[in-house]
Design a protein around this ligand. Structure first.
Ligand code: HSE
Length: 410
């Protein structure tokens, strides 16, 4: 069977590597006589590369070659990926992608196109890199109503927070180290501002709850405001700060959000360090399930892409449907209506402010850290809707809120 790869970057070259390295295994598992990469589409030249002879510049070469039955999209972004993927599906070719931006924005449209053309559209590598999570949720947990899905979905930010927690590195130094190690992009905005995690929780929520969730509808906060002071207070509370993506069924709607959160040391998420990711799923029959592994990286991600290629090859005459339907209006509830507790760090007249906070919130847990300035204080509020907590926080007079981080209970 002939395969084409669109995009010969980190993941695309990993896919070519894995298909070549494990060719017998890939072929046997595919139930085909051979599995061969025929074309690699990329605008760049790769002189001396082992696949140099396969590089093409014209997408139509792939589109018009009837021998090519499976196309791998590892270009990233939406343009021209959406147009190319749509054309391949319409031409009766199955498509496998690692492109979370594309799946989060257009998953519903592309799955519909795949259905209309009786081919497959698969995207295991779009969430959690090499961690099997899309297929297990869709197939192995198919008997469950999923109530909740959450996790550490971005390796770069988890690495940065790990360096802050264990090595007392500043955010800026940890980001630089992440870039030096090749984890973060030169422009790391999508990672550190939470957009990458947002796309991934949208994909998971669409899959778990059955309706397309657009990234624009999900409240997203990154880790750029987290400081070592917050890390210290989290430690004194008995936990760590993690960037979480989470979504939960709320009647016939869902809540969904990306934000830093205080996670207790007793939670499985607290021990997920470095570039590792973990996805937690709560099903009404199975209970809690966790998927852990490398969320990024060339070969880990390629492993998931090639598994999809194998699945497409095995099901070349049949379609594997996903329960992922159209978007509906007002499906994601406003984050202000979601219940949480807040960790608050502020400055002001400490004794007066903490007394005032107790009057306003009722029970608060006061936190301490060594060498805190005289006018700094921190506490954790009781659980209430965010809007209510914000209103109460505004009532505490003469304080300057420096940090406000959600406290979760996974
Ligand atoms: N930049 C992403 C991360 C890559 O750090 O997790 C994988 O999606």
């Amino acid at each position: 069977m002939e395969i084409a790869i669109m995009g010969y970057g980190v993941v695309g070259s990993g896919v070519a590597n894995v298909i070549s390295l494990n060719n017998k295994k890939v072929t046997d598992k595919s139930l085909q006589e051979s599995m061969n990469v025929k074309y690699i589409l990329d605008l760049r030249d790769f002189p001396g590369d082992e696949n140099e002879d396969k590089i093409i510049k014209d997408f139509n070469t792939i589109l018009n070659d009837e021998e090519v039955k499976i196309v791998v999209e590892t270009m990233g972004g939406q343009k021209p990926a959406f147009e190319f993927v749509s054309s391949c599906l319409k031409a009766g070719k199955s498509v496998v992608t690692s492109n979370k931006e594309l799946v989060a924005a257009k998953g519903d449209v592309l799955l519909k196109l795949a259905k209309e053309n009786n081919v497959n559209f698969m995207f295991e590598a779009s969430v959690g890199g090499g961690i099997p999570v899309i297929r297990p949720i869709d197939q192995c947990l198919a008997a469950n109503e999923i109530d909740e899905v959450a996790g550490i979905l971005n390796g770069t930010t988890n690495f940065i927070l790990t360096m802050m927690i264990f090595n007392s590195m500043s955010f800026e130094d940890a980001l630089k180290l992440a870039q030096d190690n090749g984890y973060a992009e030169k422009d790391p905005t999508a990672d550190i501002e939470g957009h990458d995690a947002c796309r991934k929780i949208c994909i998971l929520a669409s899959l778990c709850f059955g309706k397309h969730v657009f990234p624009e509808s999900v409240y997203t906060e990154g880790i750029t405001k987290i400081t070592l002071e917050d890390v210290e207070y989290a430690r004194s509370w008995g936990g760590v700060i993690k960037l979480l993506g989470r979504a939960k069924r709320v009647g016939d709607k869902i809540s969904a959000m990306v934000s830093p959160a205080l996670v207790a040391n007793t939670s499985i998420l607290s021990g997920v360090n470095d570039v590792f990711n973990t996805v937690l799923v709560r099903g009404n029959a199975v209970g809690d399930v966790a998927f852990y592994g490398r969320g990024a990286g060339k070969m880990a991600t390629a492993s998931a892409v090639v598994a999809d290629v194998i699945d497409c090859a095995r099901h070349i005459e049949t379609r594997k449907p996903f329960g992922w339907g159209d978007a509906v209006d007002n499906y994601v509830v406003n984050h202000k209506d979601v219940e949480t507790a807040y960790y608050v760090r502020a400055t002001g007249d400490k004794i007066f402010a903490l007394k005032n906070a107790e009057e306003v919130f009722g029970n608060i847990s006061i936190l301490t850290r060594e060498n805190a300035p005289e006018d700094e204080f921190a506490f954790v509020t009781p659980v209430a809707k965010e809007a209510e907590l914000d209103e109460k926080l505004d009532k505490i007079s003469n304080i300057n809120v420096v940090s406000k981080i959600r406290v979760v209970n996974y």
